[in-house]
Ligand binder design. Structure first.
Ligand SMILES: [Zn+2]
Length: 74
């Protein structure tokens, strides 16, 4: 049952692995990325649908967390 994971192990994308990118996407919410990190992230997202989806999901989660925080303040 490895199917979907194996599809995205793109050896030709030497810059960054999906694992590294998902880590950067999380880091990005805590601190600004360096130019180097930002560039590699962009390059990877341009070609990797999986990580673009992941980025979108993080956005949704952040939005939900924000709403939750607001709701608690009331
Ligand atoms: Zn990726």
């Amino acid at each position: 049952m490895l199917g979907s994971v194996v599809v995205f192990s793109m050896k030709n994308v030497h810059a960054m692995s999906c694992k590294e990118v998902s880590r950067l996407l999380s880091v990005k919410r805590d601190r600004p990325l360096t130019d180097e990190e930002e560039l590699q992230l962009k390059n990877h997202l341009a070609i990797c649908l999986y990580c673009r989806n992941f980025d979108g999901q993080l956005g949704v989660l952040a939005e939900m967390a924000k709403r939750f925080a607001v709701a608690r303040d009331l």
